[in-house]
Structures are given as C-alpha cells and as structure tokens.
Ligand binder design. Sequence first.
Ligand code: COA
Length: 221
Amino acid sequence: MPKPTAPSSNAADTDPHEIRVFTKQFLAQTAEVVTRCFLNHEAMTASQRVPEPFFFQFVSSLLRRSHEDGLSMIALDRHDGHVAAVLINEDWAIGPPEMDWDPVFLPIITLLDKLGQTYSKDLDMRPGFYFHLFMLAVDAPFKGRRLGDRLVGESLELARSKGFKKAVVEATGGASQYICRNLHGFEERHRINYKEFRYRDSPIFSGIRGEECTILMDRTL
Ligand SMILES: CC(C)(COP(=O)(O)OP(=O)(O)OC[C@H]1O[C@@H](n2cnc3c(N)ncnc32)[C@H](O)[C@@H]1OP(=O)(O)O)[C@@H](O)C(=O)NCCC(=O)NCCS
C-alpha cells in the first residue's frame, strides 16, 4: 500500500509575513513604522532631525491617499498581525499632498524635486504611466529578512496589474539602491551626492555618514 503523503504546507505555515495592499485599518500603525524608521535610519530625514509630529502627519496624508488608490503595500507579521514593513507608492503624476511644510524638510524635498525635474523635463507625465516607489521602510527588528526586496517585487507586480508602464524610485541609501538596482533591474538615470548638494548655498547634507547619494532609477514594467 502506498504511504499516505503529508499534507503539503502552505505559505501561511512557512512564511512569517504576509505581503498585502495597504488599507486604512492599518493607517496609524503603518505611519508609526515609517516615521520611526525614517527619523532614525533614513539618511536625509535623520540628518535633518525632522520633527516627529510633522513627519507623522506627512506620512499619514500619503497613506490616506494610498488607501484610495490602492498602490501601497505592507508586510504583516502573521504571528501578531503587526505591520513590519511598508512601501508607500503613488502615481507620479499626482503631486505632493497639500500641507504646511516644516522648514527642515524643505532641503529634502528640494533635492528630490531637482532629481525629478532633471529626469522628467521632457517626459509625458500623464496619470497612470509612471509608478513611483516613494518610501520603503522596514521596522528595525525585521531588517535583513528580505522584506524590502519582497515589497519592491510585489509593488512592481501591482503596478503592472494596474497598467503602469514605468517604475521610478529615488533610492536614498546603499540598501535601497542595491535592492532596486541589483535585485529588481532598475537602471540609474541621475544622482546627487550628499557632499556636493547645496541648499541656499549651504552644503546641508555634507555631515551624512555611511551613505553617499540619492539615485533616481527607473525600469520598464
Ligand atoms: C532600506 C531598507 C528598507 C532595507 O530593508 P531590508 O528588508 O532590511 O532589506 P532586504 O533584507 O530586503 O535586503 C537588503 C539587501 O541590501 C543589502 N545591503 C544592505 N545594506 C547595504 C548597503 N549599504 N549597500 C549595499 N547593499 C546593502 C543586503 O546585503 C541585502 O542584500 P542580500 O540579501 O543580497 O545580501 C531598510 O534598511 C530601511 O528601512 N532603511 C531605513 C529607511 C530607508 O532608508 N529607506 C529607503 C529610502 S528610499
């Protein structure tokens, strides 16, 4: 008699994280993860000591929009249902949210704008064409477990399914640059070195240690 075979294990048995599209019920937790992660670990946000209440409000505005357009993704810890990682995505044709910008945040926006304008000055920015991978954040205890990699991969699938034609990212540090370029086929278009960037004549990011530059990359979907 043939031996009975063991039931095959499914993803939920073996994979401690569930990757899914962001929905509003996770708004507060997701905003907390992105805020904590960026204020402590993202090169420019940490170096500018961006105030937490402003940054939390900024991220929450982005996430409210994300709930409507269904473009952002989260990784949930299956064990306790908590948000472990986030990738806030958007349609690049939609501008930043309306809000009062904290002055310390303006150099960051200026650097990103400069890269974006150099890249897009001759491009057709119609809605539904450019998928923007905007803020990738993995909560500290979950770093190095491929969640960043997986969120990028799943977001690219989502973008394809929604009919976007190109993906664009401004990767602000070595890990996100590696994930996008080496693991997901993005190609470098423009870069700004932190040591060379000037904001109102001041080398405002020259004190950043351990990261060199922000790189704007794209890929066809
Ligand atoms: C960037 C970040 C999202 C990476 O998330 P993660 O889940 O830890 O990343 P992964 O485990 O998927 O992959 C990390 C990969 O990058 C590599 N890496 C890490 N630091 C690196 C560096 N400085 N330079 C090059 N590669 C690096 C790792 O070796 C790993 O690759 P490997 O598995 O092939 O060895 C996370 O560190 C983070 O939240 N940082 C703070 C916020 C931030 O800077 N976000 C990016 C803004 S665009």
